[in-house]
Ligand binder design. Structure first.
Ligand SMILES: [Zn+2]
Length: 262
């Protein structure tokens, strides 16, 4: 069993967060999109072309953080797809490859081939199977964990929290043959306890959405990208990131260093 990523301890601390975009589903929106989680393939293609036009390459979090540790991430943008929808493989991957980008998909190994039952209003969207996860990886994409079942970690007791973090990691390692380096907090919900638990579980990094003062290598902020994000809006989001430039907090004393464990 290999590990996906090995980074020196604390390599990102005190540095500005890298620019990272957050997607979910890519597909038809005619069935409704009450949670605004779907972009059409045509819109994604335009956004990927926008990156290219501006000399930017979208990459997986693993590639982004590894390049950053070597000082080579100036023209890189993190691309992430949450929940592990089956349309990641059928719609997003072909476009990512066409435009020369890669991405990280955060999958739910407790709901293989299931659907997004945690969104009460739907519409129901199919999630990747184990085979789909393997195919996404074979296509050059990074597989990260989104936990087992898409639960808000801040509401769980210690036992449930450990299961979401460790069992999902173990299952993904079994499926892909490689221990996942990354985690993504469901709903972007974080508190100091869950961030520490993700670090303790052995993940090298974790993505959040807007973690505020908790921003660190295990709660990386990301920018939401949706169907409305045309070229002027992408410019505005990039500018906003540059103005805000949230800094990543140092590792707390005595915590397990990132990397080095498989
Ligand atoms: Zn999610």
């Amino acid at each position: 069993m290999t590990a996906d990523l090995l980074l020196p301890a604390g390599v990102h601390t005190g540095r500005p967060a890298p620019w990272t975009l957050m997607y979910h589903s890519v597909g038809d929106r005619r069935a409704g999109d009450p949670y605004l989680v779907t972009v059409t393939p045509d819109r994604l293609a335009r956004q990927l072309r926008w990156l290219r036009r501006h000399g930017l390459t979208g990459v997986s979090m693993r590639e982004l953080l590894t390049a950053r540790a070597r000082g080579r991430a100036a023209r890189l943008v993190g691309l992430t797809f949450d929940d592990g929808y089956a349309d990641f493989l059928t719609e997003a991957v072909p476009l990512l490859r066409e435009y020369g980008h890669t991405a990280t998909v955060f999958a739910l190994p407790g709901r293989l081939g299931g659907s997004n039952v945690w969104d009460p209003e739907g519409p129901r969207k199919q999630l990747l199977t184990a085979d789909g996860i393997r195919r996404a990886r074979s296509a050059g994409m990074e597989i990260g964990s989104h936990g087992l079942l898409h639960r808000d970690l801040t509401t769980l007791d210690d036992h449930e929290l450990d299961a979401e973090l460790q069992e999902s990691r173990r299952l993904l390692a079994e499926i892909t043959g490689s221990v996942p380096a990354g985690f993504c907090h469901p709903y972007g919900a974080v508190d100091p306890r869950t961030v520490a638990a993700v670090r303790r579980a052995g993940y090298d990094y974790a993505c959040a959405v807007d973690p505020g003062p908790l921003a660190c290598g295990h709660a990386l902020p990301r920018a939401y990208v949706g169907q409305a994000d045309n070229s002027p809006r992408l410019h505005a989001k990039r500018l906003l990131h540059r103005v805000r430039r949230p800094r990543l907090a140092p590792l707390p004393a005595g915590s397990v260093p990132a990397g080095g464990t498989a």
